[in-house]
Write a protein that binds this ligand. Sequence first.
Ligand code: MN
Length: 664
Amino acid sequence: MTEEFKNDDLLVEQEFSRLLDDYSKTSHRQKVELITHAFHFAKEAHAGIRRRSGEPYIMHPLAVARIVVKEIGLGSTSICAALLHDVVEDTDYTVEDIEQHFGHKIASIVDGLTKISGGVFGQQASMQAENFRKLLLTMSEDVRVVLIKIADRLHNMRTLQAQPIEKQYKIAGETQYIYAPLAHRLGLFPIKTELEDLSFKYEHPDTYKQISDKLEKVRGDYMHIFEQFSAPIREKLELLGYTFELHARIKSVYSIWKKMKAKHVPFEEVYDLLAVRIIFDPKMDISEKDQCWMLYSALTEMYKPHPERIRDWISTPKANGYEALHVTVMGQEGQWIEVQIRTRRMHEIAEKGLAAHWRYKTGIDGEDETELDKWIRTIRETLQNPSPNAIDFLDTFKLNLFAEEVFVFTPQGEIKTMPQGATVLDFAYLLHSELGEHCIGAKVNHRLQPMNYQLCGGDQVEILTSYTQHPTLQWLEWVTTAKAQDKVKKYLRKQGVLSESIAEEEVHEPNTISKQKHITLTDDNINIIYHLSPCCHPIPGDEVLAFIDETGKVMVHKVDCEKAKTQKTRRGKTLISVDWDTAGAYTYEQTIRLEGIDKVGVVIQMLYSITESFHINITDIHFTAKDGLFTGTLQLQVHGIIELSNLFKELNKIKEIKNIERVN
Ligand code: MN
């Protein structure tokens, strides 16, 4: 044996004993022998192969297996499948070989993983959609397939440095597009955060470095604030006789960046970098919910709570199973700090998602169906009658994957979960397709609202119907859920109104119809006509990129536009880098939203500033005031981002204005 191989062997054996170590700390039945067998089998199968980083290949399956046990909390079946996950794909062994050695269950999980081994994004859009469908199909058969796939992706992201740049870009884009939302939906919060952060790091290396450098500089200050803030809480909890942990949570680089973008503020003005988490072992004789509220009460005796920032995820857990009580209180220095109160069980569900969720689940199937179970059931149902257009399915499904939920009530007081942005029509279809097809509107909180009215959390909705009512093409613009879209399309196809050849773009975005404009963008291809994408409304000064779409049009997007991210992975080859010319001869439509305290004269002052000081044309205006607060939307014609940010600065001087943002 050469020196190199001896060292390799040592490295591999060490990693394997770490895996067994992680495993021995769990409450799973100890099937060390089976795991050892899987390890030797995989090691032998990948013998002599190295990763790009130079490590022996087996180090990758070992790392994936460790994520599976330690960070997701799965047991021996999943550990074995993780160890074997690349064997069928990369070596001469077959699924039958795996089945012979490890039985049917492990073999079928490896089979599922092999089927989805290619990227979700193949060369053509149709192939991507098909791969994605496969991914969901295997998930609805055995969720462990997707959990292991996520672990696989996490390790690939952690070691992405070794890949060539163009591969880094593609993998990061795909992670951002599908794996991070999937991890979120399955309740794997720390993994979701890490996936997003790593994608961001490879997609925007410079910005990532700037923010993380700044973050490192202030980390010490924040830890100091945490110590000060948590000391009295620690004392109180001890007095109450609790076993507990207090954690400081510092925002991730990616979420800091998101906040900076959304609020148009520099790093120094992101005020909620720190959150505090209380994890406690509940006492036997009182309900967990009661004890969380008791701690809430103890906490708010020490620190003043923000009256509008209490989130009770215990009475109504999130669809991904998340439970906790969030409250924002004022710290010693006058800063707002979010405190998350959780029991040990809630914490484990928040960290490990599904696996923990099912471990704690009691009762009989059906009776005790959680939101997460319902979601997986919906996927199964949707897949059973697939819509003829797979790409379309991908898009609508993706829509629902990203969406946060709102809770809506039926007139009987029953709670239904809807994705944010869902309309009255979506709700009607959710209740029953008959209600959907004949829907004419609804009474929302006893007031009449149209079919396309967007529901808010806590709305009580009574659907109104008429026998003469039927779906029309227009309805496709009014529904956002996959289920409702599917039903409306089915109806329209049956009536011959919708043929399968209708371009999807036109169905999804009725406003796409050529908002053509000669924009002063510069690049080498001088004769190109650019189209500003209607999804993100880029204006001069925004970081932009362009793609050639299916019809040959060059579409310009903002770099951080959701749609552009999809395009980047799908149509990477047609990507054109573009930049703005500084001439600024044209104006561009930009909508802004303002919120603040409703005081006489504020609106006048605002409008004066816009039209007189800046000479900006206002093309639409809408203000509402309620309970002493106002919200306004203004459509402006601006020359570019510099003008816009100067305007924001000026408007921010009006002290009643509390928030200004761009609307896409
Ligand atoms: Mn792998």
